[in-house]
Design a protein around this ligand. Structure first.
Ligand code: PXP
Length: 241
């Protein structure tokens, strides 16, 4: 089985473009529930450019689906996560001017900061993951912190300019997933995935969960949210049969 989390940030992007309430994030979250996805992923960015604080609390209250909250590794964000009490948090790097998350978190250079945040979360039941590049050194650093869930950044695989580069990026993800699994990690993956490129990522049996957002929400313009999610689920389930 490969679980699927749907990231609904960009429903909020569209809503915020007019500063009103349409399209309604809660309605989108309810469609996710109807489609029996495994979790709702939301990225509460420090600049609140899409998801707002009130969105995460409303969805937690009204929708019976596990929440995976993506946040920057800061004390402010960690405290919000503790208040929300989602199923999981995923620490992601954030740069103010970036269009989207541009790469994995550098665990090695953020050891002390992450350790402090892990301490803050240690009395909660929130599962902690970190978003990293498929890199053995990053996995080792995460392992030494005692974090046992990771999400591989698939962005550079997805954005590869040639098939040769794409195959190389895919091998890196495969090898990293095997290495991390041997160390006892639960491996997830996401970023830039679509109907075409998801196939090879979903075929890596060590990857237990995918988080997909922008493509699904974009595709929903043409086929509706329910259809775009169900088609993605069908592709992933077909690979894992
Ligand atoms: N996983 C993580 C950690 C992310 O930061 C994002 C983007 O917010 C995604 C998955 C989803 O990426 P995309 O929107 O490109 O599918």
């Amino acid at each position: 089985m490969c679980k699927l989390g749907i990231n609904i940030d960009h429903v909020a992007t569209l809503r915020n473009a007019r500063g009103q309430s349409h399209p309604d994030l809660l309605k989108a979250a309810m469609i996710l529930k109807e489609c029996k996805v495994d979790s709702i992923t939301m990225h509460l960015r420090e600049d609140r450019r899409h998801i707002k604080d009130k969105d995460i609390f409303l969805i937690k209250e009204k929708v019976d689906l596990p929440i995976n909250l993506e946040i920057a590794p800061t004390e402010e964000m960690t405290k919000i996560a503790m208040k929300l009490n989602p199923r999981s948090v995923c620490f992601v790097p954030e740069k103010r001017m970036e269009v989207t998350t541009e790469g994995g978190l550098n665990i090695k250079s953020n050891m002390i900061k992450i350790e402090r945040l892990l301490n803050l979360l240690s009395n909660s039941k929130i599962k902690v993951a970190c978003f990293i590049e498929p890199d053995f050194n990053q996995i080792d650093s995460l392992n030494s912190l005692g974090v046992k869930i990771l999400e591989f950044h698939t962005g550079s695989y997805a954005d590869s300019k040639t098939t040769k580069i794409m195959e190389k990026k895919l091998s890196l993800i495969k090898e990293a997933a095997q290495y991390a699994t041997e160390l006892g990690f639960d491996c997830h993956a996401g970023h830039g995935l679509n109907y075409k490129n998801v196939f090879k990522i979903a075929s890596i049996k060590e990857i237990k969960e995918l988080n997909i957002g922008h493509f699904i929400i974009g595709e929903a313009i043409f086929s509706g949210l329910k259809n775009s999610i169900l088609k993605m689920k069908e592709i992933i389930n077909e690979v894992r049969k």
